[in-house]
Design a binder for this molecule. Sequence first.
Ligand code: AMP
Length: 327
Amino acid sequence: MSEQPGMPSASAGATVTAGPPAEGSPPAGREPVVARSREELHAARRALTDGDVAVVMTMGALHEGHATLIETARQRAAHVVVTIFLNPLQFGPREDLSRYPRTFDSDMEICRRAGVDLVFAPTPDVIYRDGDPGVRISAGPLGNVLEGQARPGHFDGMLTVVAKLFHLTRADSAYFGQKDAQQLLLIRRMVRDLDFSVKVISVPTVRESDGLAMSSRNMYLTESDRETALCLSRALRAGAAAASEGPSAVRRAARAVLVREPLALIDYLVLVHPATLEDVPEWYRGEALLAVAGRVGTTRLIDNLPILVGPQGGALEVFSDVESAGA
Ligand code: AMP
């Protein structure tokens, strides 16, 4: 994985290569305990007594982006729990739940390599004992824009399972990727608004050497789709390169890349405030989120770049005012 010009890569940060594992972690290569039921989870969790516990929540089909989250967690916490759960609540009726890749054996290989203590891989009936939960977390207005507009109910379903997994794993800290910027923001808001006692830590987006953000959904891309998909990260880089000239220059530069790729059906390209997700006005100077979503072939892809708009403008690894594992 190499660093992209004008685009920070997580592999370049201190996050991936930082010091020795925290005391208490199993050596990389040891077999993680696998829990399928609540009882198995509780028994295995009770055994993690000597030190703090970090959780990395995933939907499986693990790749180097997930591995970086896990490795970052392992460098900072005594124990790491990985959850692998394809949450039906966050998929709409016309979305890709049934075709979502399921690769448990290679997921376990990554967990083994990264020194995970415990893998919780339940089926939906374990998580939702009485079927669809009548009581759910509401993401509120921030859940209705951008991804929420394209995927109604997605963030309510996501937050509901994240809340449940916080309770079930009793984690002290949780690591989430900047790749899913709106999800990360909403999880931070839920933790703050509902007084969860867990520390949320963000990890910069991990990219392929050509700039494509790693995603489980990249498995759906044909070779030519993949070529097309590169316009998303290219657009973000072009936008970041114009950051010293102000918001409309950023949007214009990014859009100019996207219009040259008619096979990418762009849903949105926005430059928004990182906390409110509202478009930043032309006079704005400071940190902003440049985010893009679109369909390539049959696959919906998202990507984003935190940027600094202003005289010293350009791409950032992560936002400065949040706890992160960025450089
Ligand atoms: P998912 O399995 O797609 O739900 O992702 C699980 C976690 O991995 C989320 O916190 C994602 O933001 C994070 N993640 C996914 N892809 C990447 C990536 N390319 N770089 C960093 N984190 C990622």
